[in-house]
Ligand binder design. Sequence first.
Ligand SMILES: [Zn+2]
Length: 127
Amino acid sequence: MDLKAELLAELDRLETLARHPDVQYTLPWRQGNVRGPGYDCELIYTHPDESGFIQADPEGVAAHIASHDPSATLRRIAGIRAVVELHETTGDRDHLCGQCRDVLGDCETWPCPTILALHEGFCGGYR
Ligand SMILES: [Zn+2]
């Protein structure tokens, strides 16, 4: 599998996870705290009416989880996918990126630095 295909497959996998049927993936999650006698924890509300939530422990984990909610994940994946789609080999030279140029203005070799960096970030293990 080539690096771009592997990267797109990983984006597909993350998108599928974010669209899990048990979460409302179109709305942002919200962090909340629950404190009272015998309990003190952070919650991440996954539904606007607070009917769904995740309990997070230790403190600070809730903010991390909430910042990676399905709606944010889908938004980020759409942005990354748009960047990935800009990078293709040129029609007649399949060893060059049609988008990226080096400091001299020549086409970067394929896979280009952008695809390599995104692949490393999402898939790891190439370099
Ligand atoms: Zn490129």
